[in-house]
Design a protein around this ligand. Structure first.
Ligand code: UTP
Length: 408
């Protein structure tokens, strides 16, 4: 893109400041900035103009889960079905590690967080240990696709190499980089990282499948004969990956997707709840629920909107391919965004100072014809590390790691 075109594009969108320092840049920096402006999806900024920042929900109804008791009864059959699928190479795993973990405030990939006390134990390492249990149990390597972002790809790949993939078979690990989106201040002006770089951030975890496709990895998926992908987050130390019982349950119930869920700790717990929206599976956020929905109970007194998602989903590849070109809703998320101020200094804010644009994996569930809600024990499978202290922190995760006999 030439300077004149870039100037026109920016000014038309009220973003003329992006070129304010153009004359001070080196030739290479100028080319890079023009390239960034060319790729910039300016239409995202229109979303800020809408009155309502969130997408309106359709008609919601509760969705029950296969409960812990039911799973216990069917366990053998689920296990057999799942194990067979894994041994046939039909199950792959996708580690979502493109996020920036701003709440935790780490300046490296979240997976490089050392969760150990008496020894080093990195988040990535513990996740690989969890996956190794399945490999040992089934005798088959599970292909692992790792999503990173432009911001953390180099560090992540380097770390895996340095640590020799924590004992995993590196032939079965595939990295891919997700797409980026601009970050803006509360007035909708795009931030600059420095004089020659627009501030961008990973565009949410909803783009994982299209990013995998863009990276040419669908060919690999086909080559390996993978028919199911288990998507999971980087920050849950107790994450069970490619869990044969979960896989078997989804197969047995002939669903095209499945979600691990936990029963709510209390009606007001801040979790997204798996339910039905206009007859299709969907996740309703806690702030989208009415008081009536929150307290709705069945005859036994059990909450009807009871099952919270924990970012562990299983998708059929065939179902994913059908929706790969569909746009997911974009969420406008308030975050802490480092930026360059008017005097050219780089500022690292202490509190949120603007918005990022993200699509979310949970919105993919609504595109599926059905989704098996699969209950798991919170204390055994859910120890997310989101915050520096308090709820969902390293401290709370360590308590649960100890309970589960993990040495650290
Ligand atoms: P979170 O919603 O916790 O976001 O991600 P985050 O960016 O890691 O952390 P905060 O909100 O800034 O503190 C849930 C999962 O989705 C991944 C994360 O790495 C994590 O595993 N993710 C998130 C991506 O892979 N890409 C993204 O753009 C965002």
């Amino acid at each position: 893109m030439r300077f004149e075109e870039a100037k026109q594009k920016c000014e038309k969108a009220g973003q003329g400041h992006l070129l304010a320092y153009f004359d001070e840049l080196t030739g290479e920096e100028q080319v890079n900035l023009l390239d960034q402006i060319e790729k910039l999806d300016i239409t995202l900024l229109d979303l800020l103009k809408k009155d309502s920042k969130e997408v309106e929900k359709g008609i919601l109804e509760p969705l029950g889960a296969v409960t812990l008791e039911e799973i216990q009864q069917e366990k053998e059959e689920y296990l057999q079905l799942g194990t067979k699928a894994i041994q046939a190479g039909k199950v792959g795993a996708v580690l979502l590690a493109g996020g920036q973990g701003t709440r935790l405030g780490l300046d490296k990939p979240k997976g490089m967080l050392n969760v150990g006390v008496n020894k080093e134990l990195y988040l990535f390492e513990q996740l690989i240990h969890n996956l190794m249990q399945v490999v040992d149990q089934t005798g088959a390597w599970v292909p692992l696709f790792v999503m990173t972002s432009e911001k953390n790809n180099e560090d992540t790949v380097q770390f895996f190499k340095e640590k020799r993939f924590f004992g995993y078979n590196e032939e079965y690990v595939f990295f891919f980089v997700q797409q980026m989106a601009p970050s803006v201040n509360y007035e909708g002006k795009i931030y600059m990282e420095d004089k020659g770089r627009i501030s961008t951030s990973p565009n949410g975890n909803g783009g994982w499948f299209i990013s995998m496709a863009n990276a040419g990895l669908l060919k690999k998926v086909k080559e390996l004969g993978v028919e199911w992908l288990n998507v999971f987050s980087v920050d849950n130390v107790l994450q069970k990956i490619a869990d044969p019982i979960f896989v078997g349950a989804v197969l047995k119930h002939q669903c095209v997707s499945g979600s691990k869920v936990v029963a709510k700790a209390d009606p007001y717990e801040k979790v997204g709840v798996l339910c039905l929206e206009d007859g299709k599976p969907s996740i309703v956020e806690y702030y989208e629920m009415t008081e009536e929905m929150i307290h709705l109970r069945d005859k036994q007194g059990k909450l009807l909107y009871n099952y919270g998602v924990i970012l562990n989903y299983l998708f059929s590849v065939e179902a994913l391919e059908k929706i790969v070109n569909e746009n997911l809703p974009t969420h406008i998320v308030e975050k802490k965004i480092p930026y360059m101020d008017e005097t050219g200094n780089v500022v690292k804010p202490e509190k949120p100072n603007g918005y990022k644009f993200e699509t979310l994996v949970l919105d993919m569930i609504h595109r599926m014809d059905n989704c098996l809600s699969f209950e798991v024990e919170r204390e055994k499978e859910f120890a997310p590390i989101k915050n520096a202290t308090g709820v969902d922190s390293l401290e709370s995760a360590r308590v649960l790691m100890k309970k589960n006999g993990i040495e650290f």
